[in-house]
Design a protein around this ligand. Structure first.
Ligand SMILES: NC(=O)NCCC[C@H](N)C(=O)O
Length: 410
């Protein structure tokens, strides 16, 4: 068995040991001006440059001793096993748009594919005009550029399709149709890949919507969850019951955020950069509120576990109370509202902490980065002109698989 750190994370800032990334690939080449909105991209990225930017991101992490796992490599290794292949093929072909003739043809074709080819089909999808057999009404009447298996350009944002909470991994339930299939892949990896076999899982794609970008591990035992365009109140209730019952947390803070694209996840407006410091979009800082959810008796049956929901309080107040610290310091970028809005849109607040007071950020957001440095945060700046066209920053593009626990006197 390979020597790797114990999987899991109990904070946003403990030294990052292992991270799962997805190097953008052929799935980005599927984006056109006709489908980019539906596929949740704001433009058509230059793929080769996006790959260069992503490689530099991965190198910056490796340069800080972070082990980088690639989602597609894990998937290909997973697909070397027959039962995993069959499962992946069956789920990928479950869409009713295929019909039995095409489904049967594709099932045979995919069974003949190598694990690497199958990974490519599952991530970049299959277009009608790329298929030579299975002729029937589906082939004839769908447009030649329609997808039989949809591509997954948002795999780039590995943050959203799974999240580790202590030693368990939550397979999430993605809200947008363009992303739903991503969690079938993460679930398969965490279930069947030899490195992860035996990992205990919570949540799942069949449950109420929760996306990883909304889940912030503020401190051991304290989880903030954004409620907005992607994560539903019912999703937070479900997650809270699971983490309380499994003793993974004592408080969940439900944090309403505007249901719009600019603030699709909590991590688009706020990310932790130290044990008691958070960088926050100034235009929402004053209005952000949180409902502290606790469980009077976590021993109750999980599904019916009684939740106590406190009245809403200012987010920073509720967070500090739950974290048992005097103050959760907001790094006030002090930017004028228009600059702040521009930098928030370009993921200025979406930093990835790789240790306390060390964070990766897009270089373009000068104002926010300068303020972070003035506050004592080392900013590892990366390019993201192409990567950012999917509206996600360094935190969105990373799923921490192992972080060092924080020293008790951090
Ligand atoms: N955590 C994040 O904020 N992830 C960014 C996801 C961007 C992606 N294009 C989406 O709309 O879901």
């Amino acid at each position: 068995m390979a020597n790797h750190p114990t999987h899991g994370a109990d904070s946003e800032v403990g030294r990052l040991q292992t991270v799962m990334l997805h190097r953008p690939g052929d799935e980005l080449k599927r984006l056109t001006p006709r489908n980019n909105d539906k596929l949740l991209f704001d433009g058509i990225p230059w793929v080769a440059r996006a790959q260069e930017e992503h490689d530099a991101f991965a190198d910056a992490l490796r340069g800080r001793d972070v082990e980088v796992l690639y989602l597609t490599e894990l998937l290909t290794e997973t697909l070397e096993q027959e039962p995993a292949r069959n499962h992946a093929i069956t789920t990928a072909l479950s869409g009713l748009h295929l019909g039995d003739t095409m489904r049967t043809y594709l099932a045979h074709a995919l069974r003949d594919a190598t694990p690497a080819e199958l990974t490519a089909y599952l991530t970049a999808g299959i277009r009608n005009d790329e298929v030579r057999g299975g002729h029937g009404l589906v082939t004839s009447l769908l447009h030649e550029h329609d997808f039989l298996i949809d591509p997954l350009p948002n795999l780039l944002f590995t943050r959203d399709s799974s999240v580790w909470v202590r030693d368990r991994v939550a397979v999430t339930s993605l809200a947008m149709p363009a992303r739903r299939r991503e969690t079938q892949l993460t679930e398969l990896i965490y279930t069947e890949h030899p490195r992860f076999v035996g990992t205990r899982k919570i949540h799942g794609w069949h449950h109420e919507h929760v996306e990883g970008g909304d889940v912030l591990l503020l401190a051991p035992g304290v989880i903030a969850v954004g409620v907005g365009e992607r994560t539903t109140p019912a999703g937070v209730e479900r997650l809270a019951r699971q983490v309380f019952h499994a003793r993974l947390a004592h408080t969940v803070l439900a944090v309403p955020i505007a249901q719009e694209r600019a603030t699709m996840h909590l991590d688009t407006v706020a990310t932790m950069v130290d044990v008691d410091k958070i960088v926050m979009y100034p235009n929402v800082a004053d209005s952000l509120r949180a409902y502290a959810v606790t469980a009077p008796d976590p021993d109750q049956a999980e599904d019916t576990l009684t939740l106590h929901v406190a009245d809403a309080e200012p987010f920073l107040v509720a967070a500090a109370k739950a974290m048992e610290i005097d103050t959760l310091h907001q790094i006030d970028t002090g930017l004028d509202p228009v600059t702040a809005e521009r930098e928030q849109w370009d993921d200025g607040n979406n930093t990835l902490a790789i240790a306390p007071r060390v964070a990766v950020a897009y270089e373009r957001n000068d104002g926010t980065n300068d303020r972070l440095e003035e506050a004592g945060i080392e900013v590892v700046r990366i390019a993201g002109s192409e990567l950012g066209s999917g509206r996600g920053g360094p935190r969105c593009m990373s799923c921490p698989v192992a972080r060092e626990p924080l020293p008790s006197e951090a």
